[in-house]
Design a protein around this ligand. Structure first.
Ligand SMILES: [Zn+2]
Length: 111
């Protein structure tokens, strides 16, 4: 997905929460994300220019990648240093990624 599309979705979510004015948005992203975070920030600045959200800040916070074991159902964090796709409980490798690579709003503070 293009970064501007993500930004539009983000702004839609802010409006849905009736958020307006200058805010600080804490956004979670997966550690291994392919999202260009600086590009998201630039797109956001462009998208909110001239609106009440102009001057808002975005802070990116890396989130651990989670997997679910298809065998025993355990959900566990996957470390980038140990990307073995093995269940931490039963050791089977029949696991799948739990989250996609979307950005998620953690908190929004009015500035
Ligand atoms: Zn398991």
């Amino acid at each position: 997905m293009h970064e501007m599309t993500r930004v539009r979705e983000l702004i839609r979510l802010l409006r849905q929460r009736k958020i307006s004015g200058k805010v600080r948005i804490v956004l979670g992203h997966l550690e291994a994300t392919q999202i260009m975070l600086e590009e998201v920030r630039e797109c956001f600045d462009i998208a909110v220019k001239g609106t009440d959200l102009e001057g808002s800040e975005i802070i990116f916070v890396p989130q651990p990648i989670k997997m679910r074991c298809n065998d025993c159902g355990a959900v566990f964090d996957v470390s980038l240093n140990d990307f073995s796709y093995k269940c931490s409980r039963c050791g089977k490798s029949d696991c799948q990624l739990l989250e996609d690579d979307e950005l998620s709003i953690i908190t929004v503070d009015i500035l």
